[in-house]
Design a protein around this ligand. Structure first.
Ligand code: SF4
Length: 283
């Protein structure tokens, strides 16, 4: 279906000022760009998890799967393996994807399956009214940590680089033009594309005053260099006063998982022969 209305009529229940609006509209613009370039949106599937971000599946008029907490990636992996012709985009939250779903994220990067994962990283559990997540800064005071967290946040970019992701980027919900470029690049990348989006939670972590003086666009950085990407990723550890780089940190081409599984697929005859051999060994 071409020229479709990409925003649904579903009542939007995000708080006023929520960064999810920017991500939704940016993704909508990317989808419209893809359609203008001749790609059918019938071949695009959006998978969301559980959390404020996940309502995006209700608000965007494309094929979507509203999955379980932390389970965007296994659903997306199944979709991609069953139908490699699909463009599969995951929208996940930080509490969703960096906590309960972390193992799936790491293994998807390790496999280099051709998915795009957009993490709405507001660094707080918004839907459950303000508990800390794996990327909340040390000392974050929320419902579950009234005296402040004692833990340091982990750095998702560093983790994704170490896990084998072949496209790693960081955006910000208040820089929509850059985010549009990153999402378009990520969706076009053949392999596992990871985009961490620093997202404002207007109600439980309105961090714009913290981000604004620190963010800058990556320039003169070579995204083909793993060492340079790693050094840039470590510049800011999701705590403190260091500058916060936005843009494409790393990009390289590598064989995708679904290509390898397709090559491994056996014909019916080969499968029967393999079963016969196993049974023969048992007798
Ligand atoms: Fe957005 Fe935060 Fe409100 Fe959730 S709680 S809708 S993340 S502003």
């Amino acid at each position: 279906m071409n020229g479709r209305q990409l925003i649904t009529d579903t009542q939007n229940t995000w708080c006023p000022g929520c960064g999810n609006f920017s991500i939704q509209h940016t993704l909508k613009n990317v989808l419209a760009d893809m359609e203008r370039e001749g790609q059918s949106l019938d071949n695009v599937v959006l998978v969301s998890g559980i959390g404020c971000h996940a309502k995006i599946a209700d608000y965007l008029n494309i094929n979507s799967f509203y999955s379980l907490h932390g389970r965007t990636i296994p659903v997306a992996t199944g979709l991609k393996l069953a139908n490699p012709g699909l463009t599969v985009i995951c929208c996940a939250g930080d509490g969703d994807c960096y906590a309960e779903g972390l193992d799936h994220l790491i293994f998807a990067a390790k496999r280099n399956i051709d998915l795009t994962v957009i993490v709405h990283n507001n660094r707080v559990y918004g839907l459950t009214t303000g508990q800390y997540t794996p990327t909340s800064p040390r000392g974050f005071k929320g419902k579950s940590t009234p005296l402040g967290t004692l833990e340091d946040p982990f750095n998702p970019l560093e983790l994704m680089l170490a896990s084998g992701a072949t496209y790693v980027a960081r955006g910000y919900s208040k820089k929509m033009d850059l985010l549009r470029t990153l999402i378009r690049e990520g969706v076009g990348h053949k392999g596992f594309a990871f985009i961490d989006v620093l997202q404002i939670c207007a109600t439980f972590f309105p961090a714009a005053d913290y981000y604004s003086p620190r963010i800058y666009d990556l320039e003169g950085h070579d995204p083909a260099s793993f060492e340079a990407a790693f050094a840039k990723a470590r510049e800011w550890d999701y705590n403190g006063d260091a500058p916060i780089a936005l843009g494409t940190f790393f990009k390289r081409n590598s064989p995708v998982f679904e290509g390898k599984t397709a090559a491994r697929t056996l014909s019916t005859m080969e499968r029967e022969q393999a079963v016969r051999e196993v049974l023969k060994k048992r007798t």
